[in-house]
Ligand binder design. Structure first.
Ligand SMILES: [Zn+2]
Length: 353
């Protein structure tokens, strides 16, 4: 391993050790932040993304069954677990409670997940199961696994049908596990439409959710989002590792990758101030800016005015934990984000109001 690689690994190990300290020392701030956000209907919603959950855990996209069970037990005690439809409702109407809210999703469709899925069904927790249809249809292992020497078995069509019959939402993860942004418009449309139609024929129910393979920023372009809307999807999930904030997106849902670390899960779901700050800073085009609904039902466009975002102007306290601890007030006016620093007196006055 190179010196830079070793240094990076060392820093990650240090951060991992410090995470419990950071989490525990910021609990009062988190409570205050969640309360302030909930008072404005802007309590964030976290969406988790798992891939393969099994007793063995040989790769970074695998979660051990023991760790997953700890996650489920913690979610049961501390969170409200929502379906993706309920997440969308919260993002549209606002979330007015400070209790952390989360949704659970799985990508790809691994046969080894069945034990974990049974646990969720027993616990009465909703979840969405995204599958790559060609692997389900043929039983062939996923190419990204084969490239690393693994031959994990995908779910069978009968298993997917049984999950749907049990009330699980089934979503598309593409026809093949392709990088959507590299496809021609025709190839992308086929990926989106064929997988949706094949799944709907299999389970006898509408398929309304899509999870974009790989799901990073380069894969989820505005063009991919609009193509998904055109293909009839109501939800597109990415893997941006950020929060979903009410009044901003409800078509494009951002997700966190689930791993073995319960501290990381706690840190994210109770609203990590630094992560919230990053979510706000990395401003994504909203549904209104992309005009996702116009793709489905063309309507006359209003003349362009100054304000293009559906998110109302206002402010919300966020924390910047860079070199200096700083609490910022976030404003949005005419689609432009801006931050101003709050003084300690502002914060005390705000917390007493
Ligand atoms: Zn995938």
């Amino acid at each position: 391993m190179s010196r830079a690689g070793e240094a990076g690994q060392f820093m990650r190990a240090i951060k991992q050790r410090l995470l419990p300290v950071y989490y525990l020392s910021t609990i009062p701030l988190r409570k205050w932040l969640r309360r302030r956000l909930a008072e404005r209907g802007r309590a964030p919603v976290s969406v988790l993304m798992y891939h393969r959950v099994a007793r063995d855990c040989p790769a970074s996209w695998c979660t051990s069954l023991a760790a997953f069970r700890r996650h489920v037990a913690w979610l049961q005690r501390h969170c409200t677990v929502l379906s993706l439809a309920q997440v969308q409702e919260s993002l549209f109407c606002g979330r007015w409670t400070s209790r952390p809210a989360a949704a659970i999703t799985f990508d790809d469709g691994y046969a080894d997940n069945l034990r974990a899925l049974a646990d969720l069904l027993e616990a009465g927790m909703p979840f969405t199961y995204f599958v790559t249809t060609e692997n389900i249809r043929t039983g062939a292992p996923f190419e990204h696994d084969l490239a690393r020497g693994y031959r994990f078995r995908p779910n069978t069509p009968a298993e997917i049908r049984a999950l749907a019959d049990a009330g699980v939402e089934i979503g598309s993860h593409g026809w093949t596990h392709a990088e959507f942004h590299r496809l021609s418009p025709g190839e992308l449309a086929r990926q989106l439409e064929f997988s949706k139609k094949w799944l709907e024929d299999l389970i006898g129910q509408p398929v309304r959710a899509l999870s974009v393979p790989f799901g990073h920023r380069e894969h989820v372009t505005p063009w991919v989002i609009l193509a998904a809307r055109r293909a009839g999807y109501d939800i597109v999930c990415s893997a941006y590792g950020r929060y979903n904030l009410p009044f901003r997106h409800r078509f494009h849902i951002l997700r966190f990758a689930g791993d073995n670390c319960l501290w990381r899960l706690r840190n994210r779901l109770t609203i990590d101030p630094r992560l919230l700050h990053r979510t706000l800073r990395e401003y994504l085009p909203s549904d209104a800016a992309l005009d996702v609904d116009a793709v489905v039902e063309p309507r006359p466009r209003e003349p362009a005015r100054g304000v293009t975002e559906s998110f109302p102007s206002g402010s919300l306290p966020i924390l910047s934990l860079g070199e200096d601890l700083q609490i910022l007030s976030w404003h949005e006016t005419n689609g432009e984000s801006a931050t101003t620093a709050l003084t300690p007196l502002d914060i005390i006055a705000d917390s007493q109001s």
